[in-house]
Ligand binder design. Structure first.
Ligand code: ADP
Length: 712
């Protein structure tokens, strides 16, 4: 069973009521226990008193019987009386003793010789009982309780022993008399008092059938612990109340009184259920009362706690609605207790908040409309996705490019369900979520319906973080089809021009070298021819490099896939070109592995890459410095780096370093170095075509470290 969860006030109330009721219960119970002891004492006194009373009355009867016997003896001794007078007188005396129905006359030998009978007597013994005979030697009258309650005297004729007189109190009559005493004492119950004979056998009991069994109680129930009847008769511990199982197998409380003079034991007892009734009743009432008290007080306290708790519950639920930004809820204001002002204050606060919320909502809607308008008019395509990659905002252009169905943004408060079907866009967005860069550049080629050519979209996706968590991704793309086209045309044009320049350049070169080498010509002419030769050489160099680069870029030069050892290529290139360094007294350090994994690619082009980086390092370093070329083999790639102690590159120049014709001229000395600004663009192109990466770390005036990787 699941207990209902109780609030604090209810628990407190229950605990307090338990605390209040439990001591009362304990007090009630202790009182009832005290009462039980008192009751036991009282009943002992009562039983003892009753037993003594019975004993007195029994003795009285015995004495009466003895007196009747003495009177009878005297009548019998009176010689002057005629037999009929004797009978008459004895009958008259017997009439005064309702208990006595018969008197037996025995001769000296103890033989029954005559009897005076009043009414249906219990049969007299034929022979005078021996125990009585022994007793009469010392006493005038004796009493014997065996089967009957017998009283006997001697009788004399002329002072001479003539025999015995015996009468007996009928045990049935005795039982009925005791039953009456019991009924008087114990409000009608006749079986609370009974008699035992000197052998502790049941003698007179209102239940005659039980009495007829002469059941011995020695060692049982009330007499537990007594082995001999004499012990009981002599016992001093009279009037001890005991609890025991009675003759009718019922739990009893009772006491006994031994009357040695009468040779009887009087038992007074009561069933415990009756004797203790009042105490048990009291205990029951204490228990039921306490239980009822507990239930009632818990009920009342729970009710009170709930009642007291109601305003608090109302406040809590009101506060929860505030938290969930429901400001329309109001608390009842007609309270006059201390919650009244609190409720009113809450209502005021909710009202103010509701007003602000409305103003805010209006403002937010206005802002969104503005944002929507701005997005609509933007010449860039834009998209915003939430942390779960759902599109939450997209403008018309973007939706058109990627066939996203555009919903009316202002009308629907639901999250916009756009499904991106354009596979490259979908993959790109997934990669943006997976990567860790803040800005991820993007380029797409999209075939629009009704357009002859694909359009080129270029831009970037930005990851928006809040407290280190990605909360949104913004994408902005621009249609750069025209720029790309112009770029392409430009490149084509330039390469056409460059191509066309080759033959005139060769001619200029040839003729100028002819002039230089002709000693017959004047030295001025030859000097000028030298300048022409150098410049044409330089121009030729640019043209060659440009055309090389262009061929690779446009894919006209196929990248060969030949197996080669990178460390061999590097060593060869550096060794051949070492004189470049030597001329400037630049030390060259080569840190190459003695063996490396074979790579597949174009060793010719890779050699040119290495040469470019090496010659740059030498070109852009002052004399007496060191250039260090290192190759490392990693798990999945090779890494080559060329480090110098040269002029270095500024941060702003670094970004454009790998684009065509760019030359960083932060340092004055760079200007004096001849160059085309095509070398690094070539490096990048070749490395990337091989699936590798290039990069640079550099600090102005301190040196640079150019590196590239090639996959294994
Ligand atoms: P070039 O060397 O022919 O000018 P590159 O494309 O090889 O063309 O280099 C582009 C520019 O990058 C150079 O003009 C120079 O300003 C800068 N640069 C290249 N390598 C280095 C280097 N090792 N140290 C400093 N600057 C360098």
């Amino acid at each position: 069973m699941k207990l209902p969860s109780l609030n604090f006030a209810t628990k407190l109330a229950i605990a307090l009521s338990l605390f209040a009721v439990l001591p009362l219960t304990l007090v009630g119970y202790s009182l009832s226990v005290l009462n039980l002891n008192t009751l036991k004492n009282l009943s002992r006194e009562l039983y003892l008193a009753v037993a003594k009373n019975v004993a007195l009355r029994l003795e009285q009867r015995a004495q009466d019987a003895a007196k009747l016997l003495f009177d009878t003896a005297q009548i019998l001794d009176n010689r002057s009386l005629s037999p009929s007078d004797v009978v008459h007188m004895i009958s008259t005396s017997m009439a005064n003793y309702p208990d006595i129905h018969t008197i037996g006359v025995y001769d000296e030998q103890g033989q029954l010789i005559d009897a005076f009978v009043k009414s249906s007597p219990a049969p007299l013994p034929k022979v005078f009982p021996q125990p009585l005979r022994a007793g009469l030697d010392s006493l005038p009258s004796v009493l014997h309780v065996a089967d009957e309650f017998q009283v006997a005297t001697k009788w004399m004729i002329d002072k001479k022993f003539a025999g015995y007189l015996l009468t007996q109190l009928d045990h049935r009559a005795l039982a009925s008399w005791i039953g009456e005493v019991s009924a008087q004492t114990f409000s009608g119950a006749r079986d609370r008092i009974y008699l035992l004979d000197a052998h502790l056998r049941l003698f007179a009991h209102t239940d005659t059938a039980l009495a007829a069994q002469h059941l011995s109680l020695l060692g049982k129930g009330l007499f537990e612990g007594f082995q001999q009847p004499e012990d009981v008769l002599r016992a001093k511990a009279v009037g001890v109340s005991r609890e025991y199982i009675g003759v009718r197998s019922e739990a009893m409380l009772g006491t006994w009184l031994a009357v040695p003079s009468l040779q009887v034991v009087i038992v007074v007892e009561e069933p415990q259920r009756i004797a203790y009734f009042s105490v048990h009743e009291m205990q029951r009432r204490v228990l039921y009362g306490s239980l009822a008290g507990i239930v009632l007080s818990i009920g009342v306290s729970v009710f009170l706690a709930r009642w007291l708790n109601t305003p608090i519950t109302q406040l809590v639920s009101a506060a929860q609605r505030l938290i969930s930004q429901d400001f329309s809820f109001r608390l009842p204001t007609q309270r006059h207790d201390e919650f009244g002002p609190v409720f009113r204050a809450y209502n005021d606060a909710a009202e103010t908040l509701e007003r602000y919320q409305k103003i805010n909502i209006d403002r937010v809607i206005a802002e969104r409309n503005k944002l929507d308008a701005a997005l609509r008019q933007a010449s860039d395509g834009m998209i915003v996705l939430d942390a779960a990659q759902r599109v939450i905002l997209v403008n018309h252009l973007f939706a058109k490019w990627f066939s996203l169905h555009e919903k009316d943004l202002s009308a629907s408060p639901e999250p916009f369900e756009y499904y991106i079907t354009h596979e490259p866009l979908r993959r790109h967005i997934e990669s943006v979520y997976a990567c860790s860069d803040t800005v991820v550049p993007a380029e797409f080629r999209v075939q629009m319906v009704g357009e002859v050519r694909e359009i080129v979209l270029r831009g970037s996706f930005v990851r928006v973080l809040h407290a280190g968590e990605l909360i949104a991704v913004l994408g902005a793309l621009r249609n750069v089809t025209k720029e790309v086209e112009i770029d392409r045309m430009k490149t084509e044009l330039v390469s056409l021009v460059a191509h066309e320049l080759r033959s005139p350049l060769a001619t200029i070169n040839g003729f100028s070298s002819f002039i230089i080498e002709n000693p017959a010509l004047p030295s001025d002419t030859r000097e000028i021819a030298t300048i022409i030769y150098k410049e044409s050489e330089r121009l030729g160099n640019i043209v060659t490099k440009f055309l090389d680069l262009n061929r690779i870029e446009s894919g006209r030069t196929e990248i060969q896939r030949i197996a080669f050892k990178l460390h061999d290529v590097i060593r060869t290139v550096v060794e051949i070109n070492r004189p470049l360094a030597d001329a400037k007294h630049i030390r060259v350090e080569l840190a190459l592995p003695s063996a490396s994994t074979t790579l597949s690619g174009d060793p010719e082009l890779i050699g040119q890459v290495v040469l470019n980086l090496f010659s740059n390092a030498v070109k852009y370093s002052p004399p007496n410095t060191t250039v260090r070329i290192q190759m490392l083999e990693h798990q999945h790639e090779m890494e080559v780096s060329v480090q110098d102690e040269g002029y270095g590159i500024s941060a702003s120049a670094k970004e454009k370093l790998f684009s065509k014709f760019f030359r960083a001229v932060d340092d004055e000395r760079v200007r004096s170095v001849t160059g085309t600004g095509l070398g690094l663009a070539f490096v990048k192109e070749v490395v990337e075509k091989h699936g590798g990466k290039v990069g640079v770390e550099s600090e102005l005036y301190k040196g640079s470290r150019f590196w590239f990787t090639l996959p294994k």
